[in-house]
Design a protein around this ligand. Structure first.
Ligand SMILES: [Zn+2]
Length: 106
């Protein structure tokens, strides 16, 4: 049995696909109307017709709380003012019963 390996030591050209070089856009498109990003400006609570934010739903609330414990501003969450207020309230309630951490003190 021959344990031979095909060694190509002639031209050592390491082929690293897409390792170096800046990120290139796939295509230089002009001012077209292509929008792949879903930029919903609609509040998810409005969409789901959720009126009251359940403060016991920690998983839901965690989506509105940053890692530091701060409440994520409405601009980032995308919910409407009404629901953001309710979320804030729910988060505060959840904090009071120790479901969520308080904002990190500095
Ligand atoms: Zn809403």
């Amino acid at each position: 049995m021959a344990d031979e390996r095909p060694q190509s030591s002639s031209s050592g050209a390491p082929s690293a696909p897409g390792a170096s070089g800046g990120p290139r856009p796939p295509r230089s498109g002009g001012p077209g109307g292509r929008k792949f990003f879903r930029r919903k400006k609609v509040c998810k609570f409005c969409v789901e017709k959720i009126d009251a934010i359940p403060y016991r739903d920690v998983r839901l609330l965690q989506g509105f709380v940053a890692e530091s414990g701060k409440i994520v501003p409405r601009r980032l969450t995308g919910v409407c003012t009404t629901h953001q207020r309710r979320v804030t309230r729910a988060i505060k309630q959840a904090r009071n019963i120790a479901l969520l951490p308080f904002a990190a003190r500095h």
